[in-house]
Design a protein around this ligand. Structure first.
Ligand SMILES: Cc1cc2nc3c(=O)[nH]c(=O)nc-3n(C[C@H](O)[C@H](O)[C@H](O)COP(=O)(O)OP(=O)(O)OC[C@H]3O[C@@H](n4cnc5c(N)ncnc54)[C@H](O)[C@@H]3O)c2cc1C
Length: 392
């Protein structure tokens, strides 16, 4: 992999909309990605291994629980800082951002928002420091886009719960110390349970042969009569709104993160277009290549504005789930289109690991699928504007 020469595009001067704290947080994350992620990420992706060495650094830059209060070990930052951290991490790699998103929004957030004080004290500081890693089990083999149909269930056995079922496509599962598992009780109501590695009957086999998010570990969660202590139930939320609330937070982070991947592809293609000579000229002088670059920066700028405005709404507690869906859908599609165009601009070199574009492009195939597919987010917008449910 070539040295990381990334320069962030800011065509509309959006930095003027950021506070000094936002810029400091972003600078720390960017510098860390250049120093610790860029040199190792291509090798990790090629070998399909999660680079454990980055866990400590992710904690140091505040990527584990950026908006969780400092009393619980979080960074106590606002939603725009959270978004900027996700953007910078995904500029390095979507798989690394996935690890941070899961830990923050899908593990720490439900413990913070739906847990009791004992659970917050027990888990949050260790999750914030990376001493404990978590995963989030919602998707099942037969229930992906329709998680409400889940069959994973727990029975009240008096002094404990007995958990049975299976989850698949779970990021961080192979190494996670704890799992937030969504399961139905005897009445068919969904609740979150904290399942710990080492509980008898709980296993986490790794999913192999992925061509996407290769630097992120994915696996299954299998529950075979797992005895879960009653105090591991998240008491303050029930129903599908529990997991969906977590997904709102993670999808918001993805809306920012995808901009990072797009910026890296654009920046790489722009630099290459000035260096690569064909027919006696830099390819950037040909109008066809300029069209690609001009459209890329236009789309990135629109996505940046959307993410920033969504961040303002989120800080004010006014962002709706439908707005978050729209931003996730738009920005990931924008990023994947830019990755495809940028890859072409590098010609044959674009398919190699000497440049990050092909890795981003393959990663984004997962990002456009997880946390609600591209189609599902369209249906959410459609339902929001018409008031008519197009899901069923
Ligand atoms: C790398 C990776 C990591 C993941 N990490 C996690 C994780 O950490 N935790 C977790 O719980 N899950 C995780 N997921 C699962 C992810 O959220 C699901 O893959 C996603 O929700 C889609 O579910 P599915 O794969 O079962 O596809 P399906 O739901 O089977 O969908 C197949 C196709 O049908 C379409 N479709 C479905 N319903 C409708 C409808 N009503 N109308 C029109 N079209 C429809 C979909 O858009 C899609 O194109 C991960 C997935 C991947 C690939």
């Amino acid at each position: 992999m070539k040295p990381d020469l990334f320069e962030s595009p800011d065509y509309f001067g959006l930095d003027d909309l950021l506070t000094e704290e936002h810029k400091l947080v972003r600078a720390a994350a960017r510098e860390w990605v250049k120093r610790e992620v860029s040199p190792i990420i291509e090798d990790a992706a090629q070998k399909a291994t999660f680079p454990q060495s980055i866990v400590h650094g992710l904690a140091e830059i505040g990527a584990f629980g950026p908006y969780i209060p400092e009393t619980y070990g979080g960074a106590g930052l606002d939603q725009i800082s959270y978004g900027l951290i996700m953007q910078e991490i995904e500029r390095g790699d979507s798989g690394v951002r996935s690890t941070a998103s899961v830990q923050s929004s899908l593990v720490m957030y439900p413990i913070y928002a739906y847990g009791n004080e004992d659970q917050r004290q027990k888990y949050l500081p260790k999750l914030a420091s990376g001493e404990l890693m978590g995963c989030f089990g919602l998707t099942e083999p037969d229930h992906g886009s329709n998680p409400g149909g889940m069959t994973t269930n727990y029975k009240d056995m008096g002094d404990h719960f007995l958990l049975n079922g299976a989850k698949m496509w779970i990021s961080n599962a192979p190494f996670a110390d704890i799992a937030i598992v969504w399961a139905k009780n005897d009445e068919g109501r969904i609740h979150g349970l904290i399942v710990e590695r080492g509980m008898e009957g709980f296993s986490t086999p790794e999913t192999h042969n992925k061509w996407s998010l290769r630097a992120s570990a994915t696996g299954e969660l299998i529950f075979d009569n797992v005895k879960v202590p009653k105090h591991n139930l998240l008491p303050n939320k029930s129903g599908l709104g529990g997991p969906l609330g977590c997904l709102d937070s993670a999808r918001y982070g993805i809306a920012w993160g995808a901009i990072g991947a797009a910026m890296d592809c654009y920046d790489t293609a722009l630099r290459y277009s000035k260096e690569r000579i064909q027919f006696g000229k830099p390819i950037g002088q040909f109008q066809l290549q300029q069209k690609k670059l001009a459209e890329m920066i236009t789309e990135i700028t629109k996505a940046q504005l959307m993410a920033w405005r969504l961040g303002v709404l989120k800080n004010e507690g006014r962002a709706t789930s439908a707005q978050i869906s729209m931003a996730k859908r738009n920005n990931v599609e924008m990023a994947i289109n830019i990755a495809r165009e940028a890859r072409q601009m590098l010609g044959g070199m674009g398919i190699t690991g000497d440049y990050p574009i092909m890795r981003h492009m393959m990663n984004l195939e997962s990002v456009i699928t997880y946390e609600g597919t591209h189609d599902i987010h369209l249906l959410i917008t459609g339902m929001d504007i018409t008031g008519l449910n197009g899901f069923k």
